[in-house]
Design a protein around this ligand. Structure first.
Ligand SMILES: Nc1nc2c(ncn2[C@@H]2O[C@H](COP(=O)(O)OP(=O)(O)OP(=O)(O)O)[C@@H](O)[C@H]2O)c(=O)[nH]1
Ligand SMILES: [Mg+2]
Length: 289
């Protein structure tokens, strides 16, 4: 299976980001704490040159805490200011306004030197892949539900400015992917965590990837969730065991692999299996980040 999802609205959203850039003081890049590398759009580095950047690893409540700390360290050593947050509860978000103020300090000082008494609100562009929590973050910062959110990718379809007190003006944007995943592991990780529309995916292939990953990297949590004594070597046996235990059956008592795939992906995405991170910095040490 080759995974690809770059519909017309994303190409348009990318153009609109480029058009707005000259208005922007700070770029907040929202990545998914469960896949901090695979959820970074390589196009952002091409489009957003020479703007102060803040990196937020969102959905940290669903990610492996130890690995999140490793990722923060990884980005910080590359000179990218990075915070781990949970935009749904607001955890970790206190530092965001202060971080943005720090990032415009020099620019503001220059403005003051030119005689501007009180500089305007900081204009912040929020970018990231679909479903990563951009609109949720904005609503939390604004303390009002002004941006539409939803548990599927592609909810925001147009840009929207939202004010946060006197300090910030945030630009919400539609989630953007890129035309080609060089590495299909990236596509599978994005599909597993819910950044790609399910209707264009072969969910069984995605579930095979996810189950193999859990078997190798989180065997304790995995066995506990699905009450497995041992993890079978053959993937089909694993599907059969989970499908039977959880009642994902067709007529005649055969296991329904589609239903089983939907169930395990829903549970993995919802954090039911545990706090999971699907990649570590050493997987990507030599890449562009
Ligand atoms: N567990 C958890 N869920 C979150 C977090 N942030 C957002 N969500 C959920 O993730 C889903 C997507 O959130 P949105 O804010 O709509 O995502 P978005 O990035 O604006 O998505 P698009 O507009 O489609 O690009 C929603 O169901 C949110 O409730 C978080 O930190 N933790
Ligand atoms: Mg949105």
């Amino acid at each position: 299976m080759t995974i690809q999802w770059f519909p017309g609205h994303m190409a348009k959203a990318r153009r609109q980001v480029q058009e707005k850039l000259k208005l922007i003081d700070v770029v907040i890049e929202l990545a998914d704490a469960r896949i901090p590398h695979s959820s970074r759009n390589p196009m952002i580095d091409e489009i957003v040159t020479s703007k102060p950047r803040l990196m937020l690893l969102n959905k940290a409540d669903l990610a492996d805490d130890k690995k999140t700390r490793e990722w923060i360290q990884f980005f910080q050593t590359k000179g990218i200011k990075t915070l781990a947050i949970d935009a749904q509860s607001g955890k970790g978000m206190k530092q965001i306004v202060e971080a943005c103020q720090g990032l415009v300090k020099e620019k503001w000082e220059k403005m003051r030197a030119k005689g501007v008494v009180s500089p305007r609100a900081i204009r912040v562009l929020i970018v990231g892949i679909p479903n990563v929590g951009k609109s949720t973050l904005i609503n939390k910062l604004a303390k009002r539900n002004l941006a539409k959110t939803g548990d599927r990718p592609g909810v925001t379809t147009a840009q929207q400015w939202i004010k946060v007190g006197k300090e910030l003006e945030l630009l919400d944007t539609p989630g953007i992917l890129w035309p080609k995943f060089e590495d299909q592991q990236v596509g599978l990780r994005l599909a597993t965590t819910g950044a790609i529309k399910d209707t264009i995916l072969n969910l069984q292939d995605v579930a095979v990837f996810a189950l193999r990953f859990l078997s190798t990297h989180y065997p304790v949590e995995f066995k506990e969730r699905y009450q497995l004594d041992e993890i079978p070597d053959e993937i089909v046996d694993l599907f059969d065991e989970i499908g039977k235990r959880r009642g994902c059956l067709m007529g005649g008592g055969m296991v329904d692999y589609d239903k089983t795939s939907e169930l395990v992906l829903r549970e993995i995405r919802g954090g039911k299996v545990g706090k999971l991170t699907f990649e570590v910095p050493s997987d990507w040490e030599n890449s562009h980040t």
